[in-house]
Design a protein. Structure first.
Ligand SMILES: [Zn+2]
Ligand SMILES: [Zn+2]
Length: 339
């Protein structure tokens, strides 16, 4: 039997270890993807540390996958081998539960399918995915550029395009890391008056380079007051992991404005009075489904949005993971297989 390289976690909290495995065969409704690149995301710690219920081990992490369709299982329609595809966090959906029938595939009720968590992901030469998890990849996006768009990209793009903000309105992106550096680019390309908020004046050139029209140094200035001076933000996209940084910008929302949270944080304490008087809201946004991924890739190819990446070969996945967890990476870490 032909074998492949895979990087697995054998137990919760265990190390990432390079192993040889048999190349898997796709079951009905599923496909095999020959992985070219896989982004290393902070959410891979869910698998590494066992932070999700009922993960079975050993498990291969990775949910920012770009590759080539290599084999189709029985009953797969609409796809053919040789196509370039992406697989993200959304690991497929049933199509028949109430949520799926309402068009809310992200909330599929039958089971929670998460790539690299409930099934083996992209830290490998090959991986298996349900056909419902596949996104088409435009020819002019290379695999390393496209991989982070499958999680960091879709999360920021899909939140912004569903935020209710319209072109020319003020949209602020709080944080300028792996999510934020994409969020600023998407906000500018979507036609919003784009404000980047980060700590320190030294980040302003980067923010401007990414397309921000305004920059607020939240260390030196009251970010809420600075947003009010710009007329108030229709949307603040919060990509940071600090709850206090999120609540500090609430006063900068315009009437009817929304604080949209995509960064996982500790519980927030929020004064309801300004929410009531200004009809403001606080909401969260989940990344999206396979068609949202596909549209993120298509928009990025069209508009020139690209992640900044550091690449590591698959064998060095443990180093790549440590680099990502250190918070020092600029800005997304991507594994390459050479396939
Ligand atoms: Zn992710
Ligand atoms: Zn369903």
């Amino acid at each position: 039997m032909a074998t492949m390289r895979a990087v697995q976690v054998a137990r919760p909290g265990g190390p990432l270890e390079l192993v040889e495995r048999n190349i898997p065969e796709p079951a009905a409704g599923a496909v095999r993807v020959k992985v070219q690149a896989c982004g290393v995301c902070h959410s891979d710690s869910v698998t590494k540390e066992g932070l999700f219920p009922n993960i079975t081990y050993p498990r291969v992490p990775g949910h920012e996958i770009i590759g080539i369709l290599d084999a189709l299982g029985p009953d797969v329609r609409g796809w053919s081998t040789g196509q370039r595809v992406g697989v993200g966090w959304h690991g497929g959906n049933c199509g028949y539960c109430d949520a799926c029938r309402r068009g809310d595939a992200f909330a599929c009720e039958t089971e929670t399918l998460v790539t690299g968590v409930t099934s083996d992901g992209g830290y490998a030469d090959y991986m298996i995915a349900p056909a419902t998890a596949l996104a088409r990849v435009p020819a002019d996006l290379d695999a390393v550029e496209a991989a982070p768009l499958m999680c960091a990209g879709i999360t920021t793009f899909n939140a912004l395009r569903n935020s209710g903000a319209r072109p020319s309105e003020v949209v602020a992106v709080l944080g300028l890391g792996g999510l934020g550096h994409l969020g600023v680019q998407f906000a500018a390309k979507l036609g919003f008056k784009t404000v980047a908020i980060a700590r320190g004046q030294d980040k302003e050139p980067l923010a401007r380079q990414l397309g921000a029209h305004h920059y607020i140094d939240s260390r030196a200035h009251d970010a809420a007051a600075a947003l009010r001076e710009l007329g108030g933000a229709k949307v603040v996209l919060a990509t940071v992991t600090s709850g206090s940084a999120m609540t500090a910008v609430l006063g900068g929302l315009a009437p009817g404005g929304t604080l949209m949270i995509i960064g996982v944080t500790e519980p927030l304490t929020i004064d309801p009075v300004p929410l009531i008087l200004g009809r403001k809201s606080v909401s969260g946004w989940y990344s999206g489904t396979s068609i949202d991924s596909q549209e993120t890739l298509a928009f990025s190819a069209l508009s020139g949005v690209r992640p900044m990446t550091e690449t590591f070969p698959l064998e060095r996945a443990a180093d790549a993971y440590d680099r990502m967890m250190s918070g020092e990476a600029r800005f997304r870490v991507v594994l390459t297989t050479g396939n």
